[in-house]
Design a protein around this ligand. Sequence first.
Ligand code: ZN
Length: 173
Amino acid sequence: MRCPFCKAEDSRVVDSRVMDEGLAIRRRRECAGCGRRFTTAETSMLYVAKRSGTNEPFSRAKVVSGVRKACQGRPVSDDDLARLAQQVEDTLRATGSAEIPAQEVGLAILGPLRELDEVAYLRFASVYRSFDTLEDFEAEIALLRAERDPLGTEPDALNSSSSSTSTTTTSHP
Ligand SMILES: [Zn+2]
């Protein structure tokens, strides 16, 4: 691999480290030309098995473009999308499989997308899980509400924003 600084072709490995519980190797290299050091990372290729029976390399860019449509008009930045795609890749790599069914890629997107934006999540889920009826949406929204508010309590934003800060003093006789 060429030195990223001077483009010389020769480098020697000065350190080698196993990362991510054996799923990746990182090598510290020193350029024979300019003497500067750089790091290379080696991971196994991750493939997505498509329904047609073919497979293709996993691509974070494809995850981003798939999710971006669902995020139109929502307060989701490019950085958010990049982080989501990274989370998805981490999740898929953690399964330890070299080939992931396309279906599972979609599933791995749903979790982090819900964290990011519930409306975008609903849009994505409605396409991905092919919601047919209003009831499908209602059921999903009910689920979102239940999980957002597991104890059935209303957020007391009004109370906490009031000016009265109560200090509790406990006396030990
Ligand atoms: Zn160099």
